[in-house]
Ligand binder design. Structure first.
Ligand SMILES: *[C@@H]1O[C@H](CO)[C@@H](O)[C@H](O)[C@H]1NC(C)=O
Length: 244
């Protein structure tokens, strides 16, 4: 059985020691409960995500940074928006609810739950939403609760410096969440009163509004889930991570 995963955020820098730190216990590849073993390891790492894990060369995960996301409505006078410098707060509150490895070790399914995310970004926006014509740029924020995602990853092996490593590729994803707040500053270039009333209208109609924003919020949340799950241990080889 093949396996990897110590879902960690961005592995930057160089780790000189190749030994797993004490708070990670090696899972046995022959263990029928290997999924639980890996899930436990990841959940144990969670509390260390916020501050980073120097032993693994993992930088702090709070906030998680996403450079850019784009929204392009399919209809011509629909909404167009760009988001930059996306900061995601609280991703390290995630919980791996379940992790299954298929018996052949070709795929893993991960059920991730995140209770709450607060996201800030710079936006540029132009277009129509509800009956409102919006045009503006400035800081924006969104609050999301109950993020529940089931992700399927395909596993493959690749060789690096004479050692075998696992690699994950997302092949399916179910995603549910609830947006509890959207906020945009400077929607009408200095007209603060209009901006405020518009934000109020947007939030009073959040389900309708989210039909427009869903693609970009989905992309952002998927990137967060991948950031937790996906940044696989390309620093540790299969032999370093697992016992036979
Ligand atoms: C949105 O999140 C911020 C930061 O966590 C918090 O201060 C604010 O109360 C939240 N607002 C809503 C309506 O959830």
């Amino acid at each position: 059985m093949k396996l990897i995963v110590l879902l960690v955020t961005a592995l930057a820098g160089v780790v000189s020691s190749r030994k797993l730190p004490d708070f990670v216990h090696k899972c046995k590849i022959s263990d029928p409960e290997i999924g639980n073993c890996i899930a436990e390891n990841i959940n144990n790492l969670r509390s260390r995500f916020a501050k980073g894990i120097p032993e693994l060369g993992v930088p702090p995960a709070e906030p998680l940074l996403i450079p850019k996301a784009e929204l392009k409505s399919p209809n011509p006078d629909g909404l167009r928006a760009n988001f930059y410098d996306i900061h995601v707060y609280n991703p390290s509150s995630f919980e791996i609810k379940k992790l299954n490895v298929d018996p052949k070790g070709n795929t893993i399914d991960v059920h991730v739950y995140i209770p709450y995310l607060h996201i800030t970004a710079k936006y540029e926006m132009n277009g129509k939403i509800l009956i409102l014509q919006l045009k503006g740029s400035g800081p924006g924020e969104v609050n999301i609760t109950n993020i529940d995602s089931k992700v399927g990853y395909k596993l493959s092996q690749h060789e690096k410096n004479g050692k075998q490593y696992y690699q994950l590729e997302r092949v399916s994803q179910e995603l549910n969440y609830k947006v509890t707040k959207l906020g945009f500053k400077n929607l009408f270039e200095g007209r603060d009163d209009l901006t405020e009333s518009t934000n109020q209208v947007l939030n009073e109609n959040i389900d309708e509004v989210m039909k427009e924003f869903k693609p970009v919020v989905d992309d952002t949340v998927k990137a967060v889930v991948d950031g937790i799950v996906f940044r696989v241990f390309d620093r540790f080889s299969i032999n370093e991570l697992f016992d036979n």
